[in-house]
Ligand binder design. Structure first.
Ligand code: CTP
Ligand code: CA
Length: 227
């Protein structure tokens, strides 16, 4: 433990962190989701608390205990996440979107359990894009507010990361290459490349999500201080 946060570098700051994989309901007993464990977001929330911030953790269902000292807002769907983020963001100094947000949601949720039909050889689900939360946040972003995104890429990490940073008006993007084994989804470890709007990039070593979270919070505090 590097004890980076002896100094309360986020004291008095309100930080909103999202975590986990959102769930899109098909019917009362089924949903579409992804492999996110929530570990990265929870580590960021813990690091922000350790840095003295007032932390709201908006979380999809996970197997984890929320870090002590966070205000927890549970959500399931992307739409619920969007509403909770927009509400918390109004009074926030910073937002870290570590949640693995579903990109598509069912066109409609069935009120009753979907039944199979005898002889059916194909079943079609109709999906529509979910709202892009960081893009909605970009539209209401105040000059003093800092936004941080994560990006999971399997190719062209830097080019794709830079595009996302710009499209979502981010101050910092933590991009990770999810094609590598042993990092990212569900792992205790991660390796990210931090990308800033001025084009500066730097890659962390493969290390614990806890240390990556501390490095992210340090950069977030520096960016807030420079605004
Ligand atoms: N994100 C979001 N709203 C969405 C999808 C993603 O706010 N509907 C956020 C994620 O929380 C993350 C960042 O945007 O911080 C990048 O997510 P990612 O899935 O890498 O990018 P997408 O914009 O969804 O693009 P694609 O998956 O097509 O690469
Ligand atoms: Ca996506």
């Amino acid at each position: 433990d590097l004890n980076l946060f002896q100094a309360p570098i986020l004291k008095g700051k309100r930080v909103v962190v999202t975590a986990g994989g959102t769930r899109e309901r098909l019917d009362p007993v089924r949903f579409l989701s992804n492999d996110s464990s929530g570990k990265m977001g929870y580590a960021v929330a813990a690091a922000a608390v350790a840095a003295g911030a007032d932390v709201t953790l908006i979380t999809a269902p996970t197997r984890l205990d929320p870090p002590v000292g966070t205000k927890v807002v549970p959500i399931e769907s992307t739409t619920e996440l969007r509403d909770a983020v927009i509400t918390a963001y109004q009074r926030a100094d910073a937002l870290v979107m570590a949640a693995a947000v579903a990109d598509f949601q069912p066109l409609q949720m069935a009120d009753q359990k979907i039944k199979k039909t005898p002889g059916e050889t194909e079943f079609t689900l109709r999906l529509q894009p979910t709202p892009d939360i960081l893009q909605e946040v970009a539209a209401i972003k105040q000059p003093h507010q800092v936004t941080v995104g994560f990006a999971a890429e399997t190719q062209d990490l830097l080019a794709n990361g830079q595009k996302k940073l710009e499209a979502k008006h981010l101050d910092l993007l933590a991009a990770n290459d999810v094609s590598q084994a042993g990092i990212g989804f569900n792992s205790d470890d991660n390796q990210v490349t931090f990308i800033q709007p001025n084009g500066v990039t730097d890659q962390t070593p493969k290390t614990s999500k806890k240390l990556i979270a501390q490095a992210l919070i340090k950069r977030l505090a520096e960016t807030l201080a420079s605004k």
